[in-house]
Design a protein around this ligand. Structure first.
Ligand code: MF3
Ligand code: CO
Ligand code: CO
Length: 253
């Protein structure tokens, strides 16, 4: 069942989205060589506490961190720990917050002194794929229009989209219906309707699309150990079309 949000619920989603975006932006600005991912998680936790928000991830199916930090060949769900960020890394940060009962979910990948042109282009392409997916949201269209737009852009650039994890509805729960794959033909799935709130999140691999989950039961890595990037926005479908709820001061940072 898809829960359509009322205007009042969308207002709540706006606030949660803005908080998630601000936390992600603050974390993004801190990222640099030498910092451990645990230090980043601690910082994110304090940023959430400062505005009376909670992590939507901590304790979710037993997840131990406040945010997810996935480096290089890690795709998503990297657990913060003693690993130090190094020059040449790409660092994917996923932030989910709960505020007054509603969730905002957003992610971005930061290149830390990356000189490899193809890796830089992978990150840029993932951001572009997210924008293309959002641009495909049309009231009366279908969910898989989003999927198709993401996949087309990614494959035209020579990269691949992860199959095993997908975008999703978001609201009072972090993962609501519908599922939003980043691949597939257009014109399928349920109709896009006013009041939907959706998390669009392409995961893009430089090599093959295959991934596997590590023995820590969370960290997802590419099978070929090539790099992967991840970007995500929470979007509300309004009468005039999609509105991104996880922008900082109304812009992509
Ligand atoms: N935020 C992730 C998503 O975009 C889910 C993270 S689940 C967690 O769907 F448990 F790892 F936090
Ligand atoms: Co997320
Ligand atoms: Co998500």
């Amino acid at each position: 069942m898809i829960t359509l949000k009322s205007p009042d619920e969308i207002e709540h989603m706006r606030r949660s989205g803005a908080i998630a975006a601000n936390v992600l932006d603050a974390v993004r600005k801190r990222i640099g060589p030498g910092l451990t991912t645990q230090e980043l998680d601690d910082f994110a936790a304090s940023e959430m506490a400062r505005v009376d928000a909670q992590s939507a991830f901590l304790g979710y199916r037993g997840y131990p961190g406040h945010i997810c930090i996935s480096i290089n060949d890690e795709v998503v769900h990297g657990i913060p720990g003693p690993r130090r960020i190094a020059l040449g890394d790409i660092v994917s940060v996923d932030v989910g917050v709960k505020y007054q009962g509603f969730i905002g979910d957003t992610a971005d990948t930061v290149a830390v002194g990356v000189t490899d042109w193809n890796v830089r282009r992978l990150v840029q392409s993932t951001q572009d794929a997210l924008a293309a997916g959002i641009a495909a949201i049309k009231v009366g269209g279908r969910i898989s229009d989003i999927s198709h737009a993401v996949q087309s852009l990614v494959e035209a650039r020579g990269y691949s989209v992860v199959r095993d994890f997908v975008g999703h509805g978001v609201g009072r729960q972090m993962h609501e219906e519908p599922q939003i794959p980043n691949f597939g033909p257009p014109g399928e799935g349920c109709k896009i309707r006013v009041g939907m709130t959706l998390a669009i999140e392409p995961m893009v691999n430089l090599g093959g699309y295959e991934v596997s989950v590590m023995p820590d039961k969370w960290t997802v890595r590419t099978r070929d150990r090539k790099p992967s990037a991840h970007c995500e926005h929470t979007v509300a479908v309004l009468e005039d079309g999609p509105v991104i709820l996880t922008l900082v001061d109304g812009v992509n940072k």
